[in-house]
Write a protein that binds this ligand. Structure first.
Ligand SMILES: Cc1cc2nc3c(=O)[nH]c(=O)nc-3n(C[C@H](O)[C@H](O)[C@H](O)COP(=O)(O)OP(=O)(O)OC[C@H]3O[C@@H](n4cnc5c(N)ncnc54)[C@H](O)[C@@H]3O)c2cc1C
Length: 414
């Protein structure tokens, strides 16, 4: 019996932990294209300004793999799989046979088709090497333009500001962090970001990156032309599915999995950024970890069903904190608790049928634990329909309900 895992990220590590909890004997081999042991990719944007220290980034130290009897082959790319014969093929032609296979190949950053995107001085941040390259270029650069005003773009911007660079953000959507913030909160955030000297263009696209071989500037679709020494693009991800082309595994945007992380082909599982569950590729660390855990358990015989956990988006940058969790669409809720913007603070909690469906708080993240707990436990807040609550009053109510021995679960109230 042998499990092969392709890809050495958090999904792989979580799967290994789950497998070893249940089975000490099965052989586990992991093939990872990168030269490194699995590391905390999420730290790359946050640690950028302090330099990137591989040792500090490792998810587990190298002796952990030995202690768990995992054969970890770094710097090894798998190029093909043949599910009928239960084999995988490496780029050097080596063939390995599995009884169960986990595809945990993650994602790559989306590359826009902009004129000049292939020039020297254009970067994207996905790997440790990308981070090191960005830092090297930043040393000799005065101004950087960041294409994409999502959370990663903003974290990169903050790191570059800390490195005393001039920073311009160009976001195609009408607001920053468009997927996780509403209009009011995004405007507030933009003010905070601009107060640190960042120039922000929203509703604007970079049309062309200028320069002969090296980047010298950019032009937007509304004819802003500006000089810059480097471009960093951060505009979403594409699951790494090339490897399975022709293998008969069902894909859409990612590899389609059921709630046991099984693909459409027997003995082949997928988890993390490469997997698509119920039409979604969420591209989040916690999701990759939980999916890896679910896959690992199911691969060694346990029947465990995955449920997508409510996973917050948290940002700590520009001396400012914020979080967004769940669904923040007004149209999909029937009630909202709102603290209108005061200074740099703002908060809104969305409910449907008395249960929190989403929340957004700017200026603080201490409210996250009680909100997340209430969401996880589906605590019912029927009282919000009878009386007007401020955000503070509502949070006190949430904490009060959670300290009760028997939480009022939504189901028990139906
Ligand atoms: C800079 C940055 C910051 C982030 N910040 C956050 C954050 O704050 N919060 C959050 O929730 N998420 C964040 N994310 C997203 C998060 O890091 C990912 O969701 C998570 O890493 C996915 O884990 P994974 O194991 O599925 O894939 P990955 O971490 O992508 O690992 C997959 C590995 O498989 C390897 N691989 C691919 N193809 C092959 C092949 N054919 N053969 C062998 N190996 C292969 C890849 O090289 C890679 O090492 C961030 C991502 C980035 C890039």
């Amino acid at each position: 019996m042998k499990i092969i895992i392709i890809g050495a990220g958090i999904a792989a590590v979580s799967a290994i932990k789950a497998i070893r909890q249940l089975n000490q004997d099965i052989d586990i081999t992991v093939y990872g294209e990168e030269q490194h042991f699995p590391y905390k990719r999420i730290r790359l944007t946050k640690d950028l300004a302090n330099g990137i220290d591989e040792e500090k980034l490792l998810i587990e130290k190298d002796d952990w793999y030995e202690a768990n009897r995992v054969t970890l082959e770094t710097g090894k790319k798998v190029t093909k799989i043949n599910p009928e014969q239960h084999v995988i093929i490496l780029s050097d032609g080596t063939i390995d046979k599995y009884s169960s296979l986990l595809l945990a190949t993650g994602a790559s950053n989306r590359v826009l088709t902009i004129k000049g995107i292939d020039k020297t001085g254009v970067y994207t941040l996905r790997s440790l090497e990308d981070g090191q390259d960005i830092l090297k270029q930043a040393e000799k650069s005065k101004r950087a333009v960041i294409i994409g005003g999502g959370i990663l773009g903003l974290e990169i911007a903050w790191s570059l500001i800390k490195l005393k660079k001039e920073v311009v953000i160009v976001e195609a959507m009408p607001r920053l962090i468009p997927r996780q913030l509403d209009g009011d909160s995004s405007q507030l955030l933009q003010k905070v970001v601009e107060s640190h000297g960042v120039t922000v263009y929203t509703g604007t696209c970079v049309n062309e990156i200028l320069g002969d071989d090296n980047v010298t500037g950019f032009i937007t679709d509304n004819n802003v032309e500006m000089a810059c020494d480097m471009v960093i693009h951060s505009t979403g991800i594409c699951p790494n599915i090339e490897l399975i082309k022709g293998a008969g595994i069902e894909t859409n945007r990612g590899i389609i999995v059921n709630n046991r992380m099984q693909t459409s082909v027997p003995d082949v599982y997928a988890a993390g950024d490469v997997a698509e569950y119920e039409g979604e590729v969420l591209g989040l660390w916690n999701i990759a970890s939980v999916q890896g855990d679910t896959a690992g358990k199911n691969m060694v015989g346990l029947t465990e069903a995955y449920e997508t956990p409510a996973t917050p988006m948290v940002m700590n940058a520009f001396h400012y904190s914020l979080f967004s969790i769940g669904n923040i669409d007004d149209n999909e809720s029937d009630h909202a608790i709102i603290d209108e913007p005061v200074g740099n603070k703002y908060g809104k909690i969305w409910l449907r049928d008395g249960v929190i469906t989403g929340a957004l708080i700017l200026g603080s993240i201490k409210e996250l634990p009680p909100i997340k707990k209430a969401m996880d436990q589906k605590v019912k807040f029927s009282e919000v329909y009878d009386k007007e609550y401020s955000l503070g009053e509502f949070l006190s109510l949430a904490k009060e309900k959670q300290t009760k021995k028997e939480p009022q679960l939504a189901n028990s109230m139906l």
